[in-house]
Design a protein around this ligand. Structure first.
Ligand code: G1P
Length: 899
């Protein structure tokens, strides 16, 4: 059995023979835009954006089909050249033989080291890769070579890194012609390429980016000569794994100060020939990257061309990231605690890489989607609460007056880009997420007044929930909603939230559930635009209407008895409950409202009593809940019960018994459970059905759906995917974890834990999951984890483990403890610990379960805060006022007595 081992509290890990597993890649990046992926054999790419790739872009397949890598050769006298990353045809030929060189991968957050031992050569080499956290636009490599044999060895070290140096758009289109743009020269320390122009979606433009590879010995001595072009290095008939320059030796490297133009570039650096005596060690350093001028690149790269500088930046980078991960667990299962360290790190990766810039994420040109933006904030709220208020406020400016939102999200916070194409896609779930995140923010901060803060609205030509165009729209006016007088219109955050959820309430299809439109959370349910309905997310909106009502009640308690709302919204608060069942009337209300705000708004506001609003929202929520309960509860021939969650484009119910088999979807259950649509008894029935139809031990848990046995063109492209992959019946971690979250919330701790534990155990079993520690987007039919690192499931797992499993909850700013840890999760001494940040203070909470009771038996019996018994009316709560008095500069220790 192949397994990785954790090495320390920062969850650094070690894996033997890593190159014997395919599709492995590791992220190394910084917050200044450098994004790289690196494999055990140093394949992978490096880029700063769609148009700025230093190393050629790779999808998961190119990790093994491409021979381009960050290669480093030792041309050993009297023998064939040896690649320290295993990329020579001879090493490749021995991969599955006895003679295979032993390799070990060690990695920690944002650094990777691969060690290779060759008994035949008597050499061992370690290659350490990182991107400096201090923000320089370079990737660094340190190669340490040691003579472990019994004879002195003479060799010439050679760096060979092909530089792509252009836009991903030219990977196929204009690949050759764009090499003609390259102006290449050799300098004392390396190879620089300065493409004259860029050819990409922006047109033909003057290029502004310099690319280069510099190198030195550990003592900062420069290379002695260079191979600056691919053609000269690989030679006629050669390849990156058998370069003619090294194997046939019929090409002479050039010296510094040479120029050439119009070729594919190689960062080919030749160091001085050297004899390494028995036991001796040498270090070589490489810096590859970007600059806005040659001087700028030189400056960035030179900083790291000494052994001391490299060691310093390695330490700095390790500390930087490990300090950012400020949530830690200490349970009875250390592997779980370590696994969670990586999960907690993953949301940071998604902020850097977006959804597209690692090899599996080949579905875009960068950026993140609307729901990803809000869900990633969940994790941020937990780890870095102080910057979140501004970020949330800025994000609200992406909402349109018709309740939909901008779907093209800019690089800067709060930047949304107008959709000038005719691609009108409205995802019906988008209105759900902002309130989930805002509610969590208010729970943790007590900042109810945030609801009354004002924000602008987004404007582009899309109007009436994607059904009409505002032909008057002028992009030059700043993408903001304006009043008839031309003033920028602002409304409160509360108004934004009400708009999103109320417009959804009226946007119903023929079964009086909210229309599916372009898709819901499941992006691949995209073929039922006309008649599709998502009952699943209708339930989520019902939950939101209740949450809004509760927030308003709190506002009222705090003395706010009335609020101002856009006059046009009056229509959405109709008191006539009979119209809720009247589909035609609902559509009319929505259409009339949307027409009024299609181009501009009046700018007039109406005063509304908070108590009236509360009542109105509760009525709407209850109506939806009752409607779903009475219409969508299924019982099938085998005696199982669950909720139907969808209608297809023929207006037909999607779940239940069908000729092709039983059809059940997990999403439908998650939101009916989370929203309280499902009664306690119904939750039990759903669990039984999910365990029967969706649970798959070999895939680590609950599949997203059963096999529909049909390419269901009237519902979505997901049915075109092979069953068991991605959105078609894989264990899609994001939804599986939301299922767990819903179960915990409804008091089903054992069942919620079972979901997470199954997933964890599967991921942690490298033999089947074949991924490094962390949670992937999904587990496929053969058990492999795919789309590792950049997934919303990490945010949800972090949230669920902290707030549900460990029960660290905010209640209007108070810190509340509601642990739902199972007995098996406590350590031998009956304790379980969690470290986290709350109200910008650092805490370590120890749950003391001395009587070894299970989750159904214990409750919080007392709190000891920094050594003193803490007294409050509510036994399980520390008041915000007391938290604010605690010192900022030290960690606070809390013991929670369970009995
Ligand atoms: C991805 C997308 C997410 C979408 C989901 C299902 O999930 O990023 O927005 O809802 O697919 O289609 P993720 O990779 O975040 O787990």
């Amino acid at each position: 059995m192949r397994q990785y081992q954790y090495l320390n509290e920062y969850a650094d890990f070690m894996l033997e023979d890593p190159e014997l597993t395919s599709y492995l890649y590791f992220p190394i990046a910084n917050e200044n835009g450098v994004m790289a992926s690196v494999t055990p054999s140093l394949h992978g790419d490096n880029k700063m954006g769609q148009n700025t790739f230093l190393l050629a872009p790779v999808s998961a397949e190119e990790l093994h089909t491409s021979k381009a890598s960050r290669n480093f050769w030792f041309d050993v006298e009297g023998r064939k050249p040896w690649s320290v990353v295993g990329n020579s045809s001879d090493q490749q030929a021995n991969l599955f033989q006895e003679e295979k060189e032993k390799t070990y991968l060690r990695a920690g957050v944002m650094w990777q080291e691969v060690e290779r031992i060759s008994e035949t050569y008597g050499l061992t080499a370690k290659v350490l890769s990182l991107v400096p956290a201090s923000g320089e636009t370079v990737e660094l490599m340190r190669v340490t070579i040691q003579n472990i044999g019994s004879d002195n060895i003479t060799f010439t070290p050679i760096v060979a890194i092909p530089l792509y140096a252009r836009s991903a758009d030219n990977y196929r289109d204009h690949r050759h012609v764009t090499s003609l743009l390259h102006r290449i020269h050799t300098t004392e320390y390396g190879v620089i390429v300065n493409p004259t122009l860029t050819f990409d979606e922006r047109g033909h433009k003057k290029n502004e980016v310099i690319y280069g590879v510099f190198g030195s010995t550990g003592e900062s001595n420069p290379p002695v000569s260079f191979y600056p072009t691919v053609e000269d290095f690989i030679g006629e008939g050669g390849s990156f794994e058998q370069p003619r320059a090294l194997y046939a030796k019929d090409t002479v490297p050039v010296l510094a100060g040479e120029t050439m133009a119009g070729y594919e570039v190689l960062g080919g650096l030749v160091f001085e020939k050297l004899t390494l005596r028995v036991g001796e060690e040498r270090t070589y350093l490489v810096a590859m990257g970007y600059g806005n001028s040659e001087e700028n690149f030189k400056k960035e790269a030179f900083k790291f061309l000494s052994s001391k500088a490299f060691e310093d930046i390695l330490l700095y980078t390790k500390n930087y990231w490990n300090q950012k991960i400020n949530i830690h667990y200490h349970t009875g299962n250390q592997d779980f605690d370590h696994f969670m360290h990586w999960v907690n790190f993953q949301p940071m990766l998604r902020r850097i890489y977006g959804c597209s810039f690692l090899p599996h994420h080949d579905y875009g040109k960068g950026g993140r989607g609307w729901r990803d933006l809000w869900q990633d904030c969940l994790a941020l709220l937990m780890m870095n609460p102080s910057g979140v208020r501004g970020m949330l406020q800025d994000n609200f400016s992406g909402i349109r007056m018709d309740g939909t939102n901008a779907t093209i999200i800019g690089a800067k916070q709060g930047e949304f880009i107008a959709d000038r194409n005719n691609i009108t896609r409205v995802w019906m779930d988008h209105g759900v997420w902002p309130l989930f995140t805002t509610d969590l923010y208010i729970k943790h901060s007590g900042d109810l007044n945030f609801l009354l803060v004002e924000a602008t609205y987004f404007k582009d030509m899309q109007a009436v929930r994607g059904e009409e165009k505002d032909t008057q729209y002028n992009d030059g006016l700043g993408k903001r909603v304006r009043t008839v007088e031309g003033e920028e219109y602002q409304g409160t955050i509360l108004e934004h939230l009400l708009l999103q959820n109320l417009t959804a309430f009226y946007d119903v299809g023929e079964h009086n559930h909210i229309r599916l439109r372009g898709a819901d959370w499941n992006d691949a349910l995209d073929m039922a635009k006309e008649r599709g309905e998502s009952v699943a997310f209708t339930a989520a909106y019902a939950l939101n209407l209740t949450t809004l009502a509760q927030l308003l009640e709190k506002l009222e308690e705090s003395g706010v008895t009335s609020i101002l709302l856009a006059k046009e919204m009056e229509l959405l608060f109709t008191e006539d409950i009979t119209c809720y069942s009247d589909i035609k009337r609902k559509k009319e209300i929505l259409y009339t409202y949307c027409k009024q705000v299609k181009e501009t708004v009046s700018g007039h506001k109406e005063e509304v009593l908070v108590s009236d609003l509360v009542c109105n929202l509760k009525n709407k929520s209850e109506w939806i809940k009752e409607h779903i309960r009475s219409e969508e509860w299924l019982t099938n021939a085998e005696g199982f019960h669950w909720f139907n969650g969808y209608y297809d484009n023929h207006g037909q119910r999607v779940e239940g018994d069908f000729a092709q088999g039983v059809r059940m979807m997990l999403t439908s259950q998650v939101f009916t459970i989370m929203s309280g649509v499902a009664t306690k008894d119904q939750v039990k029935d759903v669990i039984r059905a999910a365990d029967h139809y969706l649970y798959e031990a070999k895939m680590g848990g609950y599949r997203l759906n059963t096999d529909f046995g049909e390419v269901k063109l009237d519902l979505g492209r997901m049915f075109g995917f092979a069953y068991g992959q991605k959105e078609n019946g894989a264990v899609f971690c994001h939804m599986a974890i939301m299922y767990s979250n819903a179960l915990y919330q409804r008091g089903f701790a054992k069942e919620g834990y079972h979901v997470i534990d199954s997933l964890f155990k599967h991921c942690n079993n490298f033999d089947v999951s074949r991924i490094y520690p962390g949670i992937p987007e999904y587990i496929g039919e053969n058990g492999r984890g795919l789309y590792h690192y950049l997934t919303g499931s990490a945010s949800w797992l972090l949230l669920t483990v902290l707030t549900e499993m460990f029960g660290i909850k905010g209640r209007l700013g108070d810190l509340y403890f509601e642990p739902k840890l199972l007995l098996e999760q406590f350590r031998q001494d009956g304790t379980a610990k969690v470290e986290f940040i709350f109200a910008d203070k650092s805490f370590e909470v120890t749950y003391q379960n001395s009587k070894k009771m299970d989750v159904t038996e214990y409750q919080v019996a007392g709190i000891i805060l920094d050594g003193m018994h803490y007294k409050s009316q509510d036994l399980a709560c520390i008041r915000r006022s007391d938290i604010l008095e605690l010192s900022d500069h030290q960690k606070h220790f809390i013991t929670i007595i369970l009995s």
